[in-house]
Design a protein. Structure first.
Length: 421
């Protein structure tokens, strides 16, 4: 069978996978909406003493509205994918740029054209999500000026970092022969480690203000926890998350000696010192259980496998023709591959979600040993309430999409780990 014969078969396989993936994603969202609606009349018994019916129903409405928006975004995303591939969008972009630019700069123009147009199409959804959905439920603190200021910063940062990275990748693809994929993988891995190292001190401060945690009971408890856990960081910081949203969070970021612990100001204003300590113990659990390292290993292994696969497809005419493009080059191969990849990897979603939920349980168990499980339960309930997180997700939707365990299961497991008084 020749390449010309394979192309239409690959097209059929691509369309079949796209339609199947689209159908499953829409079905899961509709199930999620129906399940939450069916359980919105009463607070689950295990939360009846801590969360009001009004808060429970607000969380249901919030989740349903976000899910409906996600349905529209999913349909637009699928339509855009078809437009770029079988609809001739990439072929049109190639026909425009090929006579005007040569070599690496043609590739950069192709990739940035795709990102620019996709970003423009996504912009109305981002505005609606922030200034309608988030505002309707009292979460939005962002102004239009700040929104577009962030957008400009992100764009300039993307151009500043992305341009040399794309040039390097395209050069390696062209210059390193049949094993180019290995060289690209080595470069990509080193770049990601570099970003992890410089993000806390060079990138994050472009968007938020970070101030050292003030002295007091909370800082004393946190420093004692860090000593018990043997965790060294470059500092404890409070981030002004409240200028964009009322959602609260805490995390640690960085790599090696450049690690720092960050608390949203919204979180500190809501939780008691013992509860903050328990939340941080959970985050430290991710570090102590080597979840960060494990996720990096999984990410690097996956990127190596996918780049190897692209190396097998890059010279196959049916790969390009089957996705609606008549030309062949490194930039088109890269774009087509990463456009089509999510269509074929969607069945892996439950596996990655299950791994993430397992890590959350392990971090909770670590927190229960190093701090108070009861305090972590109290903190989580407050965060579920404050963030309007649904207490009744559809189990199948959760299986695919939730990186954290359902609230009832997580709380129940923590309560079993509470130490006797």
């Amino acid at each position: 069978m020749t390449s010309n014969d394979l192309a239409p078969h690959f097209t059929q396989v691509f369309v079949a996978f796209l339609l199947l993936t689209l159908a499953i994603r829409l079905w899961l969202k509709l199930r999620h909406i129906a399940h939450i609606t069916a359980h919105s009349a009463a607070v689950p018994p295990e939360f009846a003493a801590t969360i009001s019916l009004e808060s429970h129903q607000k969380a249901a409405r919030y989740t349903i509205e976000r899910s409906r928006l996600a349905i529209v975004e999913t349909l637009v995303e699928a339509g855009l994918l078809l437009a770029w591939t079988l609809g001739g969008g990439l072929q049109f972009a190639h026909d425009f740029w090929a006579p005007r630019l040569d070599g690496l700069f043609y590739g950069v123009a192709m990739i940035f054209s795709l990102m620019f147009i996709s970003g423009l199409i996504d912009l109305p959804f981002s505005l609606y999500r922030q200034f309608v959905v988030e505002a309707r439920y009292g979460f939005n603190r962002m102004t239009l000026g700040l929104f577009f200021s962030d957008l400009i910063k992100q764009t300039l940062l993307g151009l500043t970092i992305g341009t040399p990275v794309i040039l390097a990748v395209l050069w390696l693809m062209a210059a390193m022969g049949s094993y180019w994929w290995l060289y690209v993988w080595l470069f990509w891995s080193a770049f990601n480690l570099l970003i992890l190292f410089i993000y806390p001190t060079w990138i994050a401060p472009l968007f938020n203000k970070f101030t050292p945690l003030a002295d007091g009971e909370m800082k004393t408890r946190i420093e004692a926890l860090l000593a018990r856990c043997g965790f060294r960081s470059s500092g404890l910081f409070v981030m002004d998350g409240s200028k964009r949203s009322s959602h609260g969070n805490a995390y640690f970021t960085g790599f090696g000696d450049n690690k720092r612990i960050v608390f949203f100001d919204t979180l500190l204003s809501r939780l008691l010192p013992g509860e903050v300590e328990a939340v941080l113990a959970h985050e430290l659990g991710h570090f102590r259980c080597r979840h960060v390292v494990k996720r990096i290993v999984v990410m690097f292994a996956g990127s190596l496998a996918f780049l190897w696969l692209l190396g097998q497809l890059i010279d196959a005419p049916w790969f390009y023709a089957g996705l609606g493009v008549s030309a062949q080059n490194q930039a088109l191969a890269l774009i087509l591959f990463f456009l089509a990849l999510p269509v074929f990897t969607f069945p892996l979603t439950p596996l990655m979600s299950a791994l993430s939920r397992r890590h959350e349980y392990e971090a909770d168990a670590y927190a229960a040993r190093q701090a108070s499980a009861a305090d972590l339960v109290h903190a989580l309930v407050k965060l579920y309430d404050d963030n309007a997180a649904t207490l009744t997700p559809d189990p199948l939707h959760s299986l695919f999409h939730d990186s954290h365990p359902p609230a009832a299961l997580r709380i129940a497991r923590l309560q079993l780990q509470e130490k006797p008084a």
